[in-house]
Design a protein. Structure first.
Lengths: 334, 334, 295
C-alpha cells in the first residue's frame, strides 16, 4: 500500500451528554495519495458520521474524539476550529442530494466563484468567472459558459452533481470525500458521475473516500474498501480480496445478498434481524446476534481487527469458518 | 359484455393500450407528455416489471393503474373496471392495491399500524376484526406487539412490511409496487422481496413492480417492460431482455447497473448527455440524442416501429432490416 | 403557512445515525410552558367561580363611595358608580373568556371544514373557495365587525358573530395550504386506492394531521379575540353596561384614569397577562399533538 496521505486514528463519536450512545466506536482509516477508497455499510453504521467528523461538521449533539493526520500535520477531531483549516482546502466534500446542496437563487457559476474567492484570496470577479467555466469544463459539463449562468433548478440532477464536484475541485483538494454522491441519481447518470470521479482521481492526483451503501458500486469503483457495522470497521482491504473472499460474516452476507439478486436466484439470501440501536449494543461481537456462525465466545468477547489473507477482519472465528460457497455450489443451489 | 370479454377479464389483471398522459404546466407554458402511447399487459397472477429512469413515466403509469390519476387518452382495463376508459367517477377498481416507495410516509403517522392495515378491509366492507389484522401482521413476519405502535416507532423495513400487510389484506387481483425496496438497506431489501415473492405465490396476485433497479426486477419479475420517455422501448421475458437486450437503451441500462453486473466482467457503456425532459421530447426515436448505436438520420427523424424479438418486442431501427437480427452484445452474462 | 419542525438535538442524531428520533417531551415540559399553563388555569378557574367568589354583585352601585382606593372592603377599589372593581374584573374576565371561546369554536367549526375542502379539492372548486376566502381576508376585520354589529345591534352575541366572521377566512386559508401539502402524502394516496370515501379521508387522515398547525392558529385566534373584544367594547360596541367585560372596564377606566388609575390598570394588566400566557401555552400545544410523542 502506498504511504498514507491521510489517516483517521481511533475516531469515536458519541451523543453529547449520553456516554453510552456511541455512533462511531474506534475507527481507523488510511488513504493513500490518489487512491480511491470505499467506505460501505448500511444505515446506522456510522459511515457518514465518520466522514463528517473529519471535516468538523458534526452538530453539537455529537461529540467526536480522535486524530486526523494529513502528511506531517495532525489534528484533533474534537477541535472543529482546527479542522476548519482543512475544510475547503486539502479536504473537500460532495454530498448526496445535489438538489438541496446548491443555493437556488444564485447562478451556479457565481457559487463556484464564491468557493474560489475563499481559496484564492486575490483575483477579480472576472477571473473567478473564467475559472468557474474552466472547472465546469473539467467536470465534463457541455456548454460550460452557458451552464455557468444557469440557476440550479434549470439543471438536471446529474448536472448539479457535476457542479458540486466542480466546487469541490476548486479547492484543489488532496482528498475528496463523496458521501453517497450518486444515490439520488438515475443509473445511467450514476455511471457518468462515477466515470468522472475515476478520471479525476487520476488526472487531479486526488484521493477519494467514497461512502456508499451500494456494495456493488463500491466494488467496481474503488481500490480498497472498509466495511462498517454498528460503528466499527469489521473488515477492510483491497476490493477484490474483500468482495471475492470475504473474511467477515457480515461482508459475506452482503456479498451473497447481491449475488443472489443478480443471479436471478429463486430466493434471496438475507441477514435476519436488524442493525442494533445506538444505546442497545449487544455484548461481545456486535454482529453476533445475526450471525449464522456465532458461538458462545462471540457473544462474550469483542473481536479486534486481525490480518486475514490480503485483508483485515474483526472476526473471532476467522480461522475456523469458511465463508461464501464456491461458484459451483451456488449454481447447484439455485 | 360479451363472453369473450368476460373470459379476458379473468385472465388479465391489467391491460393498457395506447395509454397517454399529458400534464399541463402550471404556468401554462406547455405540456408535459408523461406517457406517449403505452401498451402493457399483466396476466392474472403474473409478475411484470416496469423499469425506467426519471422522466420515463413509470410512476405516472403506476398511479394511473392504481386509480390515482386519469389517463388523457388510450385504454386501460383493470379488475373492476372492464369499461377501459380509465374513468370511473365514484366507483374505484376494487381489486387493485398499491405499495409505495417511502414506507414511513405511506402510513398515516397518527394511526396505530393495525388501523392502517384494517382500513382497506373496512372500505370494502370486509371483516376487520382484531384477529384478522393480527394474522396479517404475523403473516408478514412482524411481532404482534407492533399492532398498536405508530409508524415512527418502527424501522423502514418494518413499515414496508406493514404496507404489504395492508396491500394483501383484501386479496387484490393486482398489486402495483412502486419502488417498494429502494429506500431500504440491502439486507432488508432482500427480506422484503422474499416476503413479497412468497405472498405473491401464495395468493396468486398479479404484481406490477416498478423499479429502477434491474437486480430487483430480475429476482421478482417474469416479464419486463423498459420505458424511456413515456414509451415502451423493449419488452419481453426478464431473463431474455436482460441477458440479451434488443434495444440500445436496455443495453446501456443493464451495463450501468452495478448490482446487476456485480462480479462479472463488463465494459461499462457510458451514455452521453442527460435523460431528456418530457416537456420537450426529441423528434424521431426519443433515444437518438444519447444512443451509442445511432445509425443515422433515420433515428433523428422517424419514430421506430415495434419489431418482434424472441420473447417480446423492441422499438429500434436497428431491428428493421432482418427478420431476427443480432444486436452485438457487449455484455458477457452467465 | 406550515410549521416546520425544529431541528432538535435528537433529530440531528437521528439524521446522523439513521435511528428513529426519540420521543419529544410532554406538553407540560419546559418552565415557561408550565408557568403559562398555570396562569391560564388560574384565570379560567377565577372566571368560572366568579359567581361564587365575587364579593359583590358586579352591577351593584354605591354612589356614596365612588373612586374608592383599594381597601379591605374593596380590594381593587370602586369605579365611577361605586361598583366593586374586583367583582367586575372577575365577571369581566368571565365574559371576555366566554366570548373568545365561542369565537374560537365558531372559527374552528366553519374554518376547518371550509379550508379542508378547499385544499383537498382540485381545479375549479379549490380556486373558487380560495378566492372566496381571499374576499373575506380583503375586508378589514374591524370594519367588518363594525358593520355587522351595526346591523345586528351591539351585545355579546353579535360580538361573537362579528369576530368569528373576521377570523374564519384567516384560519380557512391556513388550513387550505396545509391540506394541499398533506393531500400529496402517500398515505392519502393509499386510502384513495383502498376505496375510502373522500369525506372519510378528509375526516380521518387529512384534518387530524393538520392539528399541529391548526391548534397553534386557534390559540392565536383566541388571543386575538380577547384583544379584539376589548377593542370593540372599548368603543362601546361589544359588551354593554351594566355587564362587564375587560374591554369595557378598560374603556371606562381610561376615561377616569385621573381619578383612580387602578381602574384602567387592573383590566389592562389582566388582558396582557392572559394573552401572553396564551401565546406561550400555544407553543407547547403544537408539541403535544405531534404523533411522534409517545403516549
Amino acid at each position: 500500500m502506498k504511504a498514507p496521505l491521510l489517516t483517521i486514528e481511533d475516531a469515536r463519536v458519541r451523543v453529547t451528554g449520553v456516554p453510552d450512545k456511541i455512533a462511531v466506536d474506534g475507527v481507523d482509516v488510511a488513504i493513500g495519495a490518489g487512491e480511491v477508497v470505499g467506505l460501505v455499510g448500511e444505515s446506522g453504521c456510522g459511515k457518514s458520521v465518520t466522514a463528517m467528523s473529519t471535516l468538523g461538521l458534526l452538530p453539537p449533539s455529537l461529540t467526536p474524539t480522535g486524530t486526523l493526520r494529513l502528511g506531517d500535520r495532525s489534528y484533533d477531531l474534537g477541535d472543529p476550529q482546527g479542522l476548519a483549516e482543512l475544510r475547503g482546502r486539502d479536504l473537500a466534500m460532495v454530498f448526496q442530494d445535489p438538489g438541496t446542496s446548491l443555493n437556488p437563487v444564485m447562478p451556479v457559476g457565481r457559487q463556484i466563484g464564491d468557493v474560489l474567492r475563499v481559496v484564492e484570496e486575490r483575483g477579480s470577479r472576472g477571473s473567478r468567472a473564467r475559472a468557474a467555466v474552466e472547472l465546469l469544463d473539467r467536470v465534463g459539463v457541455p456548454a460550460p459558459d452557458r451552464v455557468s449562468k444557469a440557476y440550479p433548478f434549470e439543471l438536471s440532477g446529474g448536472m448539479r452533481q457535476r457542479v458540486l464536484i466542480a466546487m469541490a475541485l476548486a479547492c484543489r483538494p488532496r482528498l475528496l470525500i463523496a458521501d453517497e454522491p450518486t444515490t439520488a441519481l438515475d443509473a445511467t447518470v450514476q455511471a457518468q458521475i462515477v466515470a468522472l470521479l475515476k478520471d479525476l482521481a487520476t488526472t487531479e492526483e486526488m484521493a477519494i473516500l467514497f461512502i456508499s451503501h451500494d456494495l456493488a458500486l463500491v466494488g467496481e469503483f474503488c481500490e480498497r474498501l472498509y466495511v462498517m457495522y454498528a460503528g466499527r470497521v469489521v473488515e477492510h482491504g483491497p476490493v477484490a480480496a474483500v468482495l471475492h473472499e470475504p473474511h467477515h460474516p457480515y461482508t459475506a452476507a452482503l456479498v451473497e445478498c447481491l449475488s443472489t439478486m443478480s443471479a436471478g436466484a429463486p430466493r434471496l439470501r438475507t441477514v435476519p434481524g436488524a442493525v442494533p440501536a445506538l444505546g442497545d449494543l449487544p455484548a461481545g461481537c456486535r454482529f453476533a446476534p445475526r450471525c449464522e456462525h456465532a458461538t458462545r465466545v462471540c457473544h462474550e468477547q469483542d473481536p479486534q481487527l486481525r490480518p486475514a489473507g490480503d485483508a483485515t477482519s474483526a472476526c473471532l472465528r476467522l480461522e475456523e469458518i469458511t465463508l461464501l460457497k464456491s461458484e459451483t455450489d451456488a449454481e447447484e443451489a439455485s | 359484455m360479451t363472453r369473450k370479454q368476460a373470459d379476458e377479464d379473468d385472465t388479465r389483471a391489467l391491460f393498457a393500450s395506447g395509454l397517454t398522459k399529458v400534464f399541463k404546466q402550471r404556468d401554462g407554458s406547455g405540456h408535459v407528455h408523461a406517457l406517449r402511447g403505452v401498451d402493457l399487459e399483466v396476466a392474472a397472477g403474473a409478475t411484470v416489471g416496469l423499469v425506467g429512469e426519471s422522466g420515463s413515466g413509470k410512476t405516472t403509469f403506476g398511479r394511473i393503474a392504481a386509480g390515482l390519476t386519469h389517463p388523457t387518452g388510450g385504454r386501460i382495463e383493470l379488475p373492476g373496471d372492464p369499461g377501459g376508459r380509465g374513468r370511473w367517477g365514484r366507483r374505484r377498481p376494487s381489486d387493485v392495491q398499491m405499495i409505495f416507495q417511502d414506507p414511513r410516509s405511506s402510513l398515516d403517522p397518527r394511526l396505530p399500524v393495525a388501523e392502517s392495515i384494517a382500513e382497506p378491509l373496512l372500505a370494502r366492507g370486509l371483516s376487520a376484526a382484531r384477529n384478522d389484522v393480527m394474522s396479517l401482521i404475523e403473516r408478514v413476519g412482524l411481532p404482534g406487539a407492533i399492532a398498536d405502535q405508530r409508524p415512527h416507532e418502527l424501522s423502514g423495513g418494518q413499515c414496508q412490511r406493514v404496507a404489504i400487510a395492508r396491500a394483501v389484506a383484501v386479496r387484490p387481483k393486482l398489486i402495483i409496487a412502486d419502488e417498494p425496496v429502494s429506500a431500504l438497506d440491502l439486507s432488508i431489501q432482500a427480506q422484503v422481496l422474499n416476503l413479497l415473492k412468497d405472498l405473491q405465490e401464495e395468493f396468486g396476485t398479479a404484481v406490477l413492480l416498478i423499479s429502477h433497479d434491474l437486480g430487483v426486477v430480475r429476482f421478482f419479475c417474469a416479464d419486463l417492460y423498459v420505458l424511456y420517455l413515456g414509451q415502451v422501448v423493449e419488452r419481453g421475458a426478464t431473463e431474455a431482455v436482460l441477458r440479451d437486450p434488443r434495444h440500445p437503451y436496455t443495453e446501456a441500462l443493464a451495463s450501468a447497473a452495478p448490482s446487476f453486473s456485480f462480479g462479472q466482467e463488463t465494459t461499462r457503456i457510458v451514455l452521453a448527455g442527460d435523460p431528456p425532459r418530457p416537456e420537450n421530447p426529441p423528434t424521431g426515436c426519443a433515444f437518438h440524442t444519447r444512443c451509442h448505436r445511432r445509425i443515422g438520420q433515420v433515428c433523428d427523424d422517424q419514430a421506430p416501429l415495434e419489431w418482434p424479438t424472441q420473447t417480446g418486442s423492441s422499438r429500434c431501427h436497428l431491428l428493421a432490416d432482418s427478420p431476427a437480427p443480432q444486436l452485438e452484445s457487449r455484455l458477457r452474462l452467465p | 403557512m406550515t410549521a416546520p419542525d425544529p431541528v432538535t438535538a435528537s433529530e440531528a442524531v437521528a439524521a446522523a445515525t439513521g435511528n428513529p428520533p426519540a420521543p419529544r417531551r410532554a406538553v407540560l415540559g419546559g418552565v415557561t410552558s408550565r408557568i403559562a399553563w398555570s396562569v391560564l388555569a388560574l384565570l379560567v378557574l377565577l372566571a368560572l367561580c366568579a359567581p361564587l367568589i365575587a364579593p359583590y354583585p358586579p352591577g351593584k352601585q354605591d354612589l356614596m363611595d365612588t373612586f374608592a382606593p383599594p381597601s379591605g372592603e374593596h380590594w381593587l377599589g370602586t369605579d365611577n358608580l361605586g361598583r366593586d372593581q374586583l367583582s367586575r374584573l372577575l365577571y369581566g374576565l368571565r365574559a371576555s373568556l366566554a366570548i373568545a371561546l365561542m369565537t374560537t369554536a365558531a372559527v374552528a367549526l366553519f374554518g376547518i371544514p371550509l379550508g379542508a375542502v378547499a385544499g383537498y379539492a382540485r381545479g375549479f372548486l379549490n380556486t373558487a373557495i380560495a378566492r372566496f376566502i381571499d374576499m373575506g381576508l380583503a375586508l378589514p376585520s374591524l370594519v367588518l365587525a363594525l358593520a355587522l354589529i351595526a346591523a345586528l345591534g351591539a351585545g355579546t352575541k353579535s360580538t361573537v358573530i362579528a369576530l368569528a366572521a373576521g377570523y374564519t377566512p384567516y384560519l380557512a386559508r391556513v388550513v387550505r395550504s396545509v391540506v394541499m401539502r398533506i393531500r400529496e402524502e402517500p398515505y392519502v394516496d393509499s386510502a384513495r386506492v383502498s376505496g375510502v370515501h373522500p369525506i372519510r379521508i378528509l375526516a380521518r387522515h387529512v384534518v387530524p394531521n393538520t392539528l399541529a398547525v391548526t391548534s397553534v392558529q386557534l390559540t392565536l385566534i383566541f388571543a386575538f379575540a380577547i384583544i379584539s373584544e376589548a377593542g370593540l367594547s372599548f368603543v362601546g360596541l361589544g359588551v354593554q353596561s351594566p355587564n362587564a367585560s375587560l374591554g369595557s372596564m378598560l374603556a371606562s377606566g381610561a376615561e377616569f384614569s385621573l381619578d383612580l388609575p387602578l381602574l384602567a390598570v387592573a383590566p389592562g394588566l389582566t388582558i396582557a397577562v392572559l394573552v401572553i400566557a396564551l401565546l406561550f401555552a400555544g407553543d407547547s400545544i403544537r408539541d403535544a399533538v405531534d404523533p411522534r410523542r409517545t403516549r
